[in-house]
Ligand binder design. Structure first.
Ligand code: BG6
Length: 496
């Protein structure tokens, strides 16, 4: 496995911790070798030391990745397999040296000759790096030896650039060699959506417009843009989260049952559902998609600055840090069922969830009782944190009169399973090694997703916001997001 961007943030935060976890679970073979490539001029020894420091920092921490215990023998096993090659990705010589280095490893380590290239680099390098790998003969497969390339996010910044990038890399690679990452698919709770829907007889009959009133998909974050201003200024919340992560949640929730778990069977159904999302015209885009940008405020008991005061952000920036939109899916299962999506930085609480609201029962029977309103049934798929699934329904409040309360049946992953600290990248890297692309984005899925996002991007570009900042850091988001649902007589589930 070769990591481009070996000295970077992603490598140390997610990729190497995932490899450590795989090693701990004996998922890497004895002949596995890891080669780091980066511009930084350092030795293999220095690279290992840099990673060792990072790994030790995860012990006992409660962050994105944490370790209860650092297993020295595993780490040693892994570090012994690491080598480092300083090199500039825009220089063909880097790839020539890499080829020699890998050939050397095949001989000395007896590797099987397979290659996994992980592009953990800025997106402008994706196309050129793939072309250069090809030119150096590093992507050509022969016999049973495979060549796979993992491409990180963001895959394009709009429909045209995503198409251009697909066209460019497909000149060198075949689709089945390309593994486009969306790390949400590495989350157990996201993978479980298919199991919930298709391994249970109970839910699937309810999963349609006859029973479901609407769906809310939320990815609320309590982090701001932190040190990523330069990237985020150009991206914004819509590009950063919607056509990728939120659409993964939407497609898992809304897809038709695939004929098998075969990668293409699953991905075809997911693509189909995204293609069935009704494209918004310019007026609808302005009405059904709302944007926000955070001002100053208090998040998790700390005063924070506004987006426009963040490093590398323009003082009059019009980049959105919040987006909410209403989408409809034009097919037999979902016609008339709105899907409301929202995501934002610096919100009141951290929560990623899919909330399914069932139709309300008729009130007639309760007329003349103390019951003033009916309680709707909700099914909540909690993706993170506090992973689990809840089903909310009405129950009679104990007492002589008829009063209702909402109660919840709650499944929490941690009370059933021993959930080990993981980055979510373990499954993805392992799947790439065994050639299972189910959890990766296919070219047509990516393009279909951008196709849906594009009218919103265009409408916003043509109509700059006049009210930014329009939500306080630490709040629920902008008022316009509430109005979006209020217009339909609905309301967001409050952020806890
Ligand atoms: C990334 C985005 O892809 O996903 C970030 O670039 C975002 O802005 C992150 O914070 C959210 O992922 P997770 O796994 O923390 O929910």
């Amino acid at each position: 496995m070769v990591i481009f961007g070996a000295a970077g943030d992603l490598t140390k935060r997610l990729v190497v911790p995932a490899l450590y976890n795989l090693a701990n679970n004996h998922r890497l073979s004895e002949q596995f070798r890891l080669v780091g490539v980066d511009l930084a001029d350092m030795s293999a020894e220095q690279w290992r030391a840099h990673l060792t420091d990072a790994m030790k920092g995860y012990v006992g921490k409660d962050g994105e990745f944490h370790l209860d215990e650092f297993v020295q023998t595993t780490w040693q096993w892994l570090t012994e397999k690491m080598s480092y090659l300083p090199g500039d990705l825009s220089n063909p010589d880097t790839y020539r040296r890499l080829d020699q280095h890998l050939a050397g490893l095949d001989k000395t380590a007896g590797t099987a000759g397979n290659r996994l290239f992980y592009l953990a680099v800025a997106d402008r390098f994706f196309g050129p790096a793939v072309a250069a790998l090809g030119a150096a003969g590093l992507t050509a497969e022969s016999g049973r030896q495979w060549r796979h390339v993992i491409i990180e996010k963001p895959f394009g910044h709009d429909l045209a650039s995503a198409k251009a990038l697909n066209a460019e890399i497909l000149k060198t690679l075949r689709e089945r060699q390309i593994y486009r990452i969306d790390h949400f698919l590495g989350k157990e709770t996201v993978q479980n959506i298919m199991v919930l829907r298709f391994a249970n007889g109970l839910f699937e009959p309810l999963w349609n417009r006859q029973q479901i009133d609407h769906v809310q998909i939320t990815a609320a974050e309590t982090v701001g843009v932190e040190q990523r201003g330069k990237f985020y200024e150009k991206a914004g919340a819509l590009r950063d989260m919607v056509p990728n992560h939120l659409f993964q949640l939407l497609s898992m929730t809304a897809m038709e049952p695939p004929l098998s778990f075969d990668a293409d069977a699953v991905r075809a159904k997911k693509t189909e559902i995204i293609q069935a999302i009704k494209l918004l015209d310019p007026d609808e885009a302005l009405k059904d998609a709302v944007r926000g940008q955070y001002g100053t405020g208090r998040v998790l008991d700390e005063e924070v600055r506004s987006y426009r005061q963040e490093p590398n952000v323009a003082p009059n920036s019009t980049t959105e840090t919040y987006v909410a939109c209403k989408l409809t899916i034009d097919n037999w299962r979902w016609a008339g069922v709105p899907f409301y999506l929202r995501t934002g930085k610096y919100l009141k609480s951290r929560s990623t969830e899919i909330a399914i609201r069932f139709h309300q029962a008729p009130y007639a029977l309760f007329r003349g009782t103390d019951v003033e309103r009916m309680h709707p049934n909700w099914m909540i798929l909690r993706i993170q944190p506090d992973e689990g699934i809840a089903l909310e329904f009405a129950a009679k409040y104990p007492g002589p009169t008829v009063r209702l309360d909402t109660v919840s049946m709650n499944f929490a992953y941690k009370s059933y399973f021993n959930v080990e600290g993981s980055t979510g990248y373990e499954t993805l890297i392992y799947d790439c090694m065994i050639g299972d692309a189910t959890l990766f984005q296919r070219a047509d899925t990516v393009e279909a997703s951008w196709q849906v996002a594009q009218p919103i991007l265009d409408a916003w570009a043509n109509n700059p916001p006049r009210d930014f900042p329009n939500y306080a850091a630490g709040s629920d988001g902008p008022a316009a997001a509430d109005e979006l649902l209020a217009r339909d007589g609905r309301a967001w589930r409050p952020l806890a």
